[in-house]
Design a protein around this ligand. Structure first.
Ligand SMILES: N[C@@H](CCC(=O)N[C@@H](CS)C(=O)NCC(=O)O)C(=O)O
Length: 232
């Protein structure tokens, strides 16, 4: 079998993977920031019998990021012909899944990518769909809060925006503005323990010069969605 492409890490990957689905690593401390958290465990597409990394570009991305950041991590190889039940039940059978202590999550882009479709789904829901679409949006927001809580913080990119932030922040802005206007959904009216990472995220964004410079304002968002809702 071909050696993994990421040669320097392969020895470490293999060594750290003696028990692919065995008992968890030591529990992570409560804090979630990358700089202080316990070693992450990344579930990737691979062959657990030979500890070989296989061809998943999404896993590859996560591994490259961790390597580049120099963050310590373990790897668990997932045999696609014999996936663990939790992966199928909780993550549609998809990798990568990043485990931080007891928390398992899909990648940040995955959590971030669900916000816009879930928001549109709720905004445009027919009365019969309302409950289901609202629940789907709240689930997407929960997943985003968990992903953000595990990020360097307050942004995915730390103090500066990275490409995930640049893609996500405008969509989140639209979602929270339009849902407040049309559905009366206001995260700031919820208890403090609801969406704490998203609240921090938005505060941090509002302080950024880059954000302030190209902010078109909530009225423009409402006008824009008003047109979409009329079918434009
Ligand atoms: N949007 C996800 C995509 C993950 C994904 O689609 N992974 C593929 C492997 S490349 C997968 O696990 N597919 C399940 C299968 O083919 O059984 C991400 O960015 O992490």
């Amino acid at each position: 079998m071909q050696a993994p492409i990421i040669a320097p890490s392969s020895a470490r990957l293999a060594k750290s993977n003696s028990k692919p689905f065995g008992p968890r690593l030591r529990a992570a401390p409560r804090a979630r920031a990358v700089s202080v958290m316990a070693k992450l465990n990344v579930y990737v597409k691979g062959d657990p019998k030979t500890n070989t990394l296989l061809d998943c570009p999404f896993c590859h991305r996560v591994l490259l990021t961790l390597e580049t950041k120099g963050a310590p991590y373990d790897v668990s190889y997932v045999d696609f012909d014999d996936k663990p039940k939790w992966l199928v039940d909780e993550f549609e059978g998809k990798v990568p899944v990043i485990q931080d202590g007891d928390t398992k999550m899909a990648t940040a882009p995955e959590a971030a990518g669900k916000i816009l479709p879930a928001f549109r789904g709720w905004l445009m829901a027919s009365p019969a769909e309302e409950t289901e679409k609202k629940a789907a949006f709240l689930a997407a927001l929960d997943a985003l809060d968990a992903a953000l809580a595990a990020a360097p913080g307050p942004l995915f990119g730390g103090e500066r925006m990275d490409s995930t932030d640049a893609a996500l922040a405008p969509k989140l802005y639209h979602a929270l503005t339009a849902l407040k206007h049309w559905k009366g959904f206001n995260i700031y009216a919820l208890p403090a323990d609801k969406y704490p990472a998203i609240k921090k995220y938005r505060l941090a964004l509002a302080e950024l010069e880059a954000w302030k410079k190209v902010d078109y304002g909530t009225e423009a968002i409402i006008k824009g969605w008003e047109r979409h809702m009329k079918g434009h």
